[in-house]
Design a protein around this ligand. Structure first.
Ligand code: GSH
Length: 222
């Protein structure tokens, strides 16, 4: 175990997968540098060499690249305290599985923003709501986090979704949080310093620029 690795996070400012890594680093109070690339551009050769799938995030640990956000989270959780995954293998397996659901919902949220027509927008909205309803049924009855009182890696995985939904709800008068348990979870996640400090200070502006640039049904009709 080493706490003195030099860490560099390669990221896009709007990427929810990259935000996960930043939240875990913040939560564990680990020093790191962030290198922001621009989405949709031909990326530099050094990035192509360290990212086999051509995607962010990549966490470079003393020169060794680690890619895929869930893998990065698990690496950070093994090396840096506090441990955020449950120790019990079954509880851990279950939460890893729900982290995959979060990734799926990032995709639905992306489709909500980028859908070009009403049908695509409505489908994405329904899929997102249905997904949130499924997640609600998996949450602990005890509030506020996924497991109740303790903030876990599964909460890290979902938090970027709620950051973006919060902005979309405010700007476009949408409502994805009619379920009180989801609402309490979302509020608790958005209130955490690690979540607030995991994005650039003008994140809402940056995210809304991405929404406008997407030129979808959402920005043109709502
Ligand atoms: N499964 C990957 C997904 C990462 C991903 O989709 N990243 C997007 C940005 S949010 C990306 O880099 N896409 C390539 C591009 O836009 O050029 C993970 O969990 O890290």
């Amino acid at each position: 175990m080493s706490n003195s690795n030099k860490l560099q996070l390669v990221s896009f400012k709007v990427c929810p997968f990259a935000q996960r890594a930043a939240i875990a680093l913040q939560e564990k109070q680990v020093a790191y540098e962030t290198e922001y690339l621009m989405p949709g551009e031909d990326q530099p050769d050094w990035f192509k060499q360290i990212s086999p799938l051509g995607k962010v995030p990549v966490l470079v640990v003393d020169g060794t690249p680690v890619f895929e956000s869930a893998v990065i989270l698990e690496y950070l959780d093994e090396v840096y305290a506090p441990q955020l995954h449950p120790a019990d293998p079954l509880a851990k397996a279950r939460q890893r599985a729900w982290m995959e659901v979060a990734s799926e919902l990032f995709g639905k949220q992306y489709m909500l923003v980028t859908a070009k027509d009403q049908a695509g927008f409505e489908t994405a909205k329904q899929d997102l709501q249905a997904g949130l309803d499924r997640v609600a049924s998996a949450l602990s009855a005890e509030q506020p986090f996924f497991n109740g009182q303790s903030f876990a890696l599964v909460d890290v995985a979902f938090a970027p979704l709620f950051v973006r939904l919060g902005i979309l709800e405010k700007v476009f008068k949408l409502n994805f949080q009619s379920n009180p348990r989801i609402k309490a979870w979302s509020s608790a996640l958005l209130g955490k310093d690690s979540v607030k400090n995991s994005v650039v200070s003008n994140f809402e502006e940056v995210f809304m620029m991405f929404v406008k640039k997407s030129d979808g049904y959402l920005v043109n009709h709502l």
